[in-house]
Design a protein around this ligand. Sequence first.
Ligand SMILES: *Cc1c(COP(=O)(O)O)cnc(C)c1O
Length: 342
Amino acid sequence: MDRRVDLRSDTVTQPTPAMREAMAHAVVGDDGYGEDPTVAALEERFAALVGKEAALFVPSGVMANQIAVRVLTRPGDLIIAGRAQHVVSFEMGASARNSSVQFATVDDSHGTLVLGDVLEIIDAEADHQAHVAMVCAENTHMPSGGTPWDVADLRALANAIGGRPLHLDGARLFNAVVATGTSAAQYCEPATTVMACLSKGLCAPVGSLLAGPAGLMRNARIERKRLGGAMRQAGVLAAAGLVALDTMVDRLSEDHARARALAGLFAAAFPEAGYDPASCRTNIVAFDHPQARQIVHELEALGVAGGTVAPHRLRFVTHADVSDDDVARVAAVLAGFKPLAR
Ligand SMILES: *Cc1c(COP(=O)(O)O)cnc(C)c1O
């Protein structure tokens, strides 16, 4: 059988040779004492990129989101977020467990939050309902198909929420940057805090960053410790992260081009899904199909690995380890493909 085309996620990427080289030679120290110069360099580099005072290197994107929730809420508070967002639906209830908060969710099927929906929940504070401590937006928005925000909409959201903090889950922030030409700093200007993953399209093996005002990031450092995420000679990981930020951002446009090609192929293979390939603007092809899980199973047997992100929602993700030959192989598989009747 030909090599398997792995479209399950952009997290499956291998670190590049330049990353392994940088990791081998990284100057490290005990970051628990603030003595790892490579971690410090990565945090400064990211803070500058997103236009924030300070940043914190953490083991995962989930932890970055969870620390943001810890520093921006008190137990019993509400967080407004889109109902399919990662922080709501893909973190195993972590915000309830770690911070004793609730979500007030709004529709995000098109990738953004509708201002009126958000304001309705905030307005209900006047009717004896719980305090809205923060709003969380996702850019790109994964479940809708990697949708990038329009920065004007983010700014309007930030302006409308009455001084409440806005946390930007930018796991794939740099995909949004490359797709729209909006800079990371422009995207993050309306946000109080922002997180981005180094370990997805940017190909670093481990790690995410959280950035925001210096005072909040001092608290974030304490919460990282509480959650068990303080690391020691983490410069070996940060070294790969620096290579990721310095050399792997522009390359994301190649993932986007291949995702667009795949979007056309999937739309043609499953006309009954009504998927509009033009909705694919970054590296994620996502669409609903009643036989989603069965399709994943059958395509896997043919050497094309994808996944589902909801009971009837398929997802295929491009990344640095997906080539034009892989796209051609998917085309060949889909050309003769029909899910078995059940
Ligand atoms: C992947 C992802 C996360 C979590 O990142 P991990 O490093 O897997 O913990 C958070 N938010 C979004 C939108 C993601 O896609």
